[in-house]
Design a protein. Structure first.
Length: 289
């Protein structure tokens, strides 16, 4: 049963932990901007209780869920019968909704990344792109990056074998012959470079340490992009600037971009991410009280 139309639609982000999530703030700002009445909350789920929490949420009239760590893979399994192409190739779902009683899933992370790279002025058509990492975050952005028209995509990872597995899994699942995709260890990051865009999809910045990369990775005018974000430039951004990257950015714009795409899936309206990004950046920069 859906909620009566006079009531605001209920949305939430589900995760464990989830208290830190900025999604409620982002979706509330989008709602205000577009004049859509909605409630967007936090839904903590026990590690062994994700499926039950999702079922309860929709049974009680909830309209849509964003999914965060560590449940994106489980969300993919739950919505396996109705996955978007993006979600199928990403192997993970960050956006859930119900239609005719069935659960549907999409992954908007990669679209959010590509939109943010374009907002920052990166010309992806014909670009040489280096992707660092081979975990869920890297897997989730491969298809939109490949579809953005880049000429080469080189995936490197601390554990080289995982990068090779990711590249071959992806080539098999997508059937894509373009762009040329290669893979290796971090020490092979310069092979085929220098790079126009380098995307850090490792979690190394969580420990405030950059990945161990060789020098000389950046082509003139290159962009270094960290999918992590913070009040200060991340360790990867500092490393990239020292190695000659012309532009460095963190992943706050990707966060807002993926949320904008979820908002579009649920409401059919595209919000403007720019003012929301500015509000979040200002909040990050403000001293903690
Ligand atoms: P996520 O879903 O965020 O991608 P994950 O699947 O645990 O999380 O993957 C984390 C990624 O960050 C992996 O590519 C990991 O490298 P390994 O596969 O070798 O473990 C990478 N990573 C984490 N810490 C790192 C560090 N200090 N230096 C380089 N890579 C790191």
């Amino acid at each position: 049963m859906t909620a009566p139309s006079s009531q605001p639609g209920r949305y939430a982000v589900i995760g464990n932990p989830v208290a830190h999530s900025r999604s409620p703030q982002i979706h509330s700002l989008f709602a205000r901007q577009t004049g859509i009445d909605l409630e967007y909350g936090l839904l903590p789920a026990p590690l062994d209780g994700f499926a039950a929490a999702v079922r309860d949420f929709f049974a009680q009239g909830g309209r849509g869920l964003n999914v965060t760590v560590p449940f994106k893979r489980e969300a993919w399994q739950l919505a396996e019968a109705n996955l978007s192409e993006r979600a199928r190739l990403a192997g993970a779902v960050n956006t859930l909704w119900q239609r005719d009683g069935a659960l549907h899933g999409c992954n908007t992370d990669g679209v959010g990344l590509v939109q943010d790279l374009r907002r920052l002025g990166a010309d992806l058509q014909g670009a040489r792109l280096l992707l660092l990492g081979a975990g869920g975050a890297a897997r989730g952005v491969l298809q939109p990056l490949a579809q953005a028209g880049c000429a080469r995509l080189h995936i490197v990872n601390r554990t080289a074998e995982r990068a090779r597995e990711l590249a071959s899994d992806w080539l098999r699942a997508s059937g894509a012959t373009h762009p040329a995709v290669s893979a290796g260890g971090l020490d092979e990051a310069a092979l085929g470079g220098p790079w126009d865009v380098v995307v850090n999809a490792t979690s190394s910045s969580l420990a405030d340490a950059p990945p161990e990369l060789p020098a000389g990775l950046y082509a003139p005018g290159a962009l270094a992009y960290d999918m992590m974000y913070g009040a200060q430039p991340t360790a990867f951004m500092r490393q990239a600037a020292a190695d000659g990257a012309a532009h460095c950015a963190d992943g706050l714009g990707m966060l807002v971009g993926q949320a904008a795409e979820s908002f579009y899936i649920w409401h059919g309206v595209r919000p403007d991410p720019e003012p929301v990004l500015q509000a979040l950046r200002a909040a990050l920069a403000a001293p903690a009280r």
